[in-house]
Design a protein. Structure first.
Length: 515
C-alpha cells in the first residue's frame, strides 16, 4: 500500500566541529526527546541521463530507521510530497505504483541505481503537551558514492535537517534561527543525492540561437519557445497528479494540452508545419481523453452546488443520490480511461516529440525577427477570428446561434492564450487584453454550460421517472438553468462591447505599424 505525506523541511550545511544547539524554550514545545541514532543506507535510482534529478524528483530504497522501503519525493510548490511503499530488498524492481508516477519523465528509459548514501542519523523530536511531534531535527553524517561511474571518489559531509510535523511554519522559523546562530548555513542543494550526483559527468548540449534566456526576450522564437516549454513542463508535472486523481489535476493537464495546441496554431507562420501539425492532432486526441473526465467532473460539481442551494422542500426524491451515483460512476470510468492512456505508447511518444519540440523548435527564419513586430500580427489574427464569429452569432438565431456562440468561446480562449503567451514581450498591455478575452470566454461559457447541463438534467429526470421517482426537482433545475443561460446571453453584448474596445488592441496596432 502506498502512503503519502507532505514533506516540509529545511536543510543546513554544518561543520563537523559544530554542536547542535539547545532547542528548549521554543513556542509550544513541551519536551524534547533524547537523541535516537539510526544507521541508514539509501540506494537512489534514475535514468542514465538523470531525468528525475533534473525534474527535482528523487526515487530511492532505504534500509534502517523507522520508514524503510521505497520512497518517491515529488515537488509540490516550495515543498515536496513523499510517497512510500514497503519493501525490504533494494535490488528488487521499483514498485509499479511508483514507476507509474514517474513515467511521464522516464517514459521507456530504464531505471537503475545511480548513487548510494550511508548516513549516521541522530534524531531529536520537539513535542507538544499531547506528545505529538511538532518538528523533527536530525543531525546527519553522510557518505555518498556514485554508482556505475569508474574511479568516482566518495563525498562526505554533515548536514542538519528540520522537518515540520504538526506545528505551524512559524516554529520552523524559530528552529532555523537557533540552528543558524549555532553556525549552520542554509544548504544550496535541495537533496542529499543531488550533492552526490553533481559530480556525475554530464555532456551539455550546444545551445541553439533561440535558447538564450532573458527577462524580456528579444526574438519571436525566444518568446514562443519559452511558452511551449512552460506548457510541456506543466503537462508532465500534472501527469502523476492525474494518476492519483488529485483535485484539479485533470483540469490543469487538459489546459496545458489545449494551450500547446493553441500555440502551435497561432504561431504556425514561425514553425515547420510538417512537424507541428501532426503534434496538434495528437494534442487534440489527448485533450479529448482528458476532457471526458473533466466535463463529467464539472457537471457533477455544478449539479451538487445547484442542489445545495435549493430549499429542502423543493428537493423531492433521492435526487442527490441519483446525481452522485450516475455521474460518480461516469467520472470513475472516464478517469480510468484517462489513466490507461497515460501508459499508452502513443502518449509516451507524444511526450518525446514535445520534448524534442521545446529543445529544438523547428523555427522558420521569421522567428529570428523582433518579438514585438513578429508576434503582434499573429495575436491580431486570433482576435479577428473571434470578431468574425461573434458578428456571425449576432445575425443568427436558435441552434445556429448557440453553435456560433460556442465557437466564439473557443476563439476567445485562443485569443486569450495568444495574449498570455506574448506577455514577456508586451507586458501589461497583453495582460489587460488577455483578461478581457477571459471575461468574454466566461460569459460565453456560462451560456454553453447551461446548454450542456440542461441536456444532462433531461437525461437524469427521464431516468428517475422510469424508476418511479419524483422528477419535479430535475425539471425545476432545468428551468433555472435555462434562465441562467438566457441571463448570460443578455450579458454578452455588454461584455462583447467592452472586449472590442479599440484601446485594448492599441499595442497590437502600434507594433504592427512599426514593421
Amino acid at each position: 500500500m502506498t502512503t503519502a505525506a507532505l514533506e516540509v523541511e529545511r536543510k543546513y550545511d554544518v561543520d563537523t566541529t559544530v554542536t547542535l544547539p539547545d532547542l528548549d524554550g521554543l513556542s509550544g514545545v513541551a519536551a524534547t526527546t533524547e537523541p535516537a541514532v539510526h544507521q541508514l543506507v539509501a540506494h537512489y535510482v534514475d535514468t542514465a541521463d538523470l531525468r528525475l534529478r533534473a525534474a527535482g524528483v528523487t526515487l530511492r530504497h532505504r534500509s534502517g530507521g523507522n520508514d524503510a522501503g521505497w520512497h518517491l519525493k515529488l515537488p509540490l510548490g516550495d515543498d515536496r510530497e513523499e510517497l512510500g511503499v514497503p519493501g525490504d530488498d533494494p535490488t528488487a524492481p521499483v514498485p509499479e505504483e511508483l514507476q507509474a508516477l514517474v513515467r511521464a519523465l522516464v517514459r521507456t528509459r530504464p531505471l537503475a541505481p545511480v548513487a548510494r548514501l550511508t548516513t549516521r542519523r541522530t534524531v531529536r523530536r520537539l513535542l507538544d503537551d499531547a506528545g505529538l511531534v511538532l518538528v523533527e531535527v536530525v543531525d546527519d553524517e553522510v557518505r555518498g558514492e556514485l554508482l556505475g561511474v569508474d574511479q568516482a571518489s566518495p563525498v562526505v559531509w554533515r548536514e542538519w535537517e528540520a522537518e515540520l510535523g504538526t506545528a505551524p511554519r512559524s516554529l520552523l522559523d524559530e528552529v532555523e534561527r537557533r540552528l543558524l546562530a549555532a553556525g549552520a548555513v542554509r544548504s544550496t542543494t535541495s537533496s542529499k543525492v543531488g550533492r552526490v550526483l553533481a559530480g556525475r559527468p554530464v555532456e551539455p548540449g550546444e545551445p541553439a540561437w533561440w535558447s538564450a534566456t532573458s527577462s524580456r526576450p528579444s526574438s519571436a522564437g525566444e518568446v514562443v519557445q519559452a511558452h511551449l516549454r512552460a506548457q510541456v513542463d506543466e503537462l508532465v508535472d500534472r501527469d502523476p497528479q492525474v494518476r492519483r486523481d488529485l483535485p484539479d489535476a485533470v483540469h490543469k493537464a487538459r489546459v496545458a494540452t489545449r494551450r500547446l495546441r493553441s500555440a502551435l496554431r497561432t504561431f504556425r507562420p514561425l514553425v515547420d508545419r510538417t512537424v507541428t501539425d501532426p503534434l496538434r492532432v495528437e494534442l487534440r486526441w489527448l485533450a479529448g481523453v482528458l476532457g471526458e473526465a473533466r466535463d463529467v467532473e464539472v457537471l457533477h460539481a455544478r449539479l451538487r452546488r445547484l442542489l445545495h442551494a435549493e430549499p429542502p422542500e423543493l428537493v423531492m426524491g433521492p435526487v442527490a443520490e441519483r446525481v452522485d451515483t450516475v455521474l460518480g460512476r461516469r467520472y470513475r470510468d472516464a478517469h480510468a480511461r484517462a489513466v490507461a492512456v497515460l501508459d499508452d505508447p502513443r502518449y509516451l511518444s507524444l511526450l518525446d516529440d514535445l520534448e524534442q519540440l521545446v529543445q529544438a523548435p523547428p523555427f522558420s527564419d521569421a522567428a529570428r525577427g523582433p518579438a514585438v513586430e513578429v508576434l503582434a500580427p499573429l495575436v491580431t489574427r486570433s482576435w479577428r477570428s473571434l470578431d468574425r464569429t461573434m458578428r456571425a452569432a449576432e445575425r443568427a438565431d436558435g441552434p445556429e446561434r448557440d453553435e456560433l456562440l460556442h465557437e466564439a468561446r473557443k476563439h476567445a480562449k485562443a485569443a486569450r492564450y495568444a495574449a498570455e503567451s506574448v506577455e514577456p514581450a508586451f507586458g501589461c498591455d497583453a495582460t489587460r487584453f488577455a483578461r478581457a478575452m477571459e471575461e468574454l470566454q466566461e460569459v460565453l461559457g456560462e451560456h454553453q454550460d447551461g446548454i450542456v447541463l440542461r441536456a444532462a438534467l433531461r437525461e437524469l429526470g427521464a431516468a428517475s421517472s422510469r424508476s418511479g421517482e419524483n422528477g419535479f426537482t430535475f425539471g425545476r433545475l432545468h428551468g433555472l438553468e435555462q434562465a441562467r443561460a438566457e441571463t448570460a446571453y443578455a450579458r454578452w453584448p455588454k461584455v462583447r462591447k467592452s472586449a472590442s474596445r479599440r484601446r485594448l488592441r492599441r499595442w497590437l496596432r502600434e507594433a504592427t505599424s512599426g514593421r
